[in-house]
Design a protein around this ligand. Structure first.
Ligand SMILES: [Zn+2]
Length: 68
């Protein structure tokens, strides 16, 4: 079974050589550089989501009102 177990870089889609396996968050990267890039992007997304959940707070407090 060729191709099974092959790993591809999440950032650029290149095949990851086994001896150059960089793993972050269970994902594979062709290089340390791309791994760091991915981590940086995840942090950006995390910050954006934090901002969005802060904006959504008023809507959340409307929930849990009408009991009985
Ligand atoms: Zn890459």
């Amino acid at each position: 079974m060729f191709g099974f177990g092959k790993k591809y870089c999440v950032v650029c889609g290149k095949e990851v050589e086994e001896n150059k396996n960089n793993v972050r968050f269970g994902k594979n990267f062709c290089s340390e550089e791309h791994a760091e890039k991915y981590v940086a992007e995840q942090k950006k997304i995390e910050n954006l989501e934090k901002q969005m959940t802060m904006d959504n707070k008023p809507q959340r407090t409307q929930r849990g009102g009408g009991c009985c």
